[in-house]
Design a protein around this ligand. Structure first.
Ligand code: H2U
Ligand code: ZN
Length: 372
């Protein structure tokens, strides 16, 4: 992927037509008024109050000093050859490495039971949890790995999903990056949790995508991608993938990554699509790291069609990136009104996308990793 957008004028100009203009800034000046936007994937509203902060940062952010993270850390439980908390020793792996989580939240051998007593309901849940090391190098992350190495991670995500989908209905691939998001270790790694039941987000997205498909015969997220194309919220739109700050984004620099053709799961992606995705992810993470010139924390994950005995033609594969930072040193908290009433954001999705587009993307990592 290459830079798709020079800036806001580009999107404004193309989206400025009458009617349902593709990707146009449909709110115009009204986006300065407090308003609510609808998330058709989850059927929720978000309150947008852009007047509270016209600019996402109030001064210059300081460059985070180059990290002194070593390429190998003898105390890291994810580095090749090291012992984990369980006492098991990691192999001397050279690429990616997947293992069963030693502190799994879900286990495959949990017995089946349900209990109902009036309003009190509970059911046991079967599943499994795995950890994926993206690289043997302790000092890298997805954004500083080479696109071919990220491509091998995409393949592992796809293969793990297929394997776990034979036994469990929901396979959740995710990554928590940075201490702020609860990552326990800087070594580049993600997780996979597979569960027997559809969890909250999966059920909501399943229901709304199904309804949209039943009423229109089209996939909700492909219709959405068409509507956003070349518009003000697009961060990158090339090689079959759309990277967009969703109209209904909650987190300041939230993005979605959506394939532009019907794809329900990662395993359906063709060779070229996987390569393009790997390159696109490196570009997106490069933008994130350069935005405030610091390693950008986030939780990301893939939503793919559930498995089991259900139709999935309404399901479109997509990734969500949820980064908490509003400014270099200020994070957004989901507290108060958000916990008790409704989520709220200060900067508009359009300004967030404009800022992300304006960050020059180059292949060089933020801080040059120590060589091995
Ligand atoms: P997070 O950094 O996103 O927490 O992921 C690390 C996971 O690794 C975490 O779920 C597991 C933790 O349970 N883990 C092991 O399986 N073995 C260990 O020796 C330490 C951590
Ligand atoms: Zn390590």
């Amino acid at each position: 992927m290459t830079d798709g957008h020079a800036g806001r004028e580009d999107g404004r100009a193309r989206g400025g037509g009458a009617g349902r203009a593709a990707g146009g800034d449909i709110l115009g000046r009204r986006s300065g008024d407090p308003h609510r936007r609808f998330n058709p994937l989850t059927n929720e509203w978000v309150l947008v109050s852009s007047g509270r902060t016209r600019r996402p940062w109030l001064g210059r952010s300081d460059l985070v000093p180059p990290s002194r993270t070593p390429a190998y850390d003898p105390k890291c439980y994810l580095c090749p050859g090291n012992a984990r908390a369980s006492g098991t020793r990691n192999p001397a792996y050279q690429g990616t490495f997947v293992f069963e989580n030693d502190f799994a939240a879900l286990r495959p051998d949990t017995p089946a039971w349900t209990i109902e007593d009036g309003l009190l309901r509970a059911a046991s849940e079967r599943g499994t949890c795995r950890v994926i090391c993206f690289s043997p190098r302790h000092d890298l992350h997805l954004g500083s790995m080479s696109p071919p190495d990220v491509r091998t991670v995409v393949d592992v995500w796809a293969d793990q999903t297929t394997e776990l989908g034979r036994e469990f209905d929901w396979v959740q691939i995710f990554e928590n990056r940075g201490e702020m998001m609860g990552a326990s270790n800087p070594h580049p790694h993600g997780q996979i949790w597979a569960a027997q039941s559809l969890p909250r987000e999966a059920s909501r997205e399943d229901a709304s995508q199904r309804t949209h498909f039943e009423t229109t015969g089209r996939r909700l997220l492909l219709d959405y991608a068409d509507q956003e194309q070349a518009g003000v919220r697009v961060v990158d739109d090339l090689d079959g993938w759309l990277v967009v700050v969703p109209f209904w984004a909650v987190w300041p620099f939230e993005t979605m990554v959506i394939p532009r053709r019907p794809v329900s799961r990662l395993a359906e992606l063709a060779d070229g699509e996987r390569d393009a995705l790997a390159g696109g992810l490196v570009r997106l993470l490069g933008r994130y790291d350069r935005l405030f010139r610091r390693p950008f924390p986030y939780s990301m994950g893939w939503h793919q069609a559930p498995f089991g005995d259900r139709s999935v033609e309404h399901w479109q594969l997509h990734a969500h990136f949820y980064p908490p930072l509003l400014r270099a040193t200020v994070r957004k908290f989901m507290v108060g009104y958000e916990l008790l009433s409704e989520t709220q954001r200060d900067i508009t999705a359009e300004s967030a996308a404009e800022l992300l587009r304006s960050v020059a993307v180059s292949r060089a990592p933020l801080s040059s990793p120590a060589g091995r």
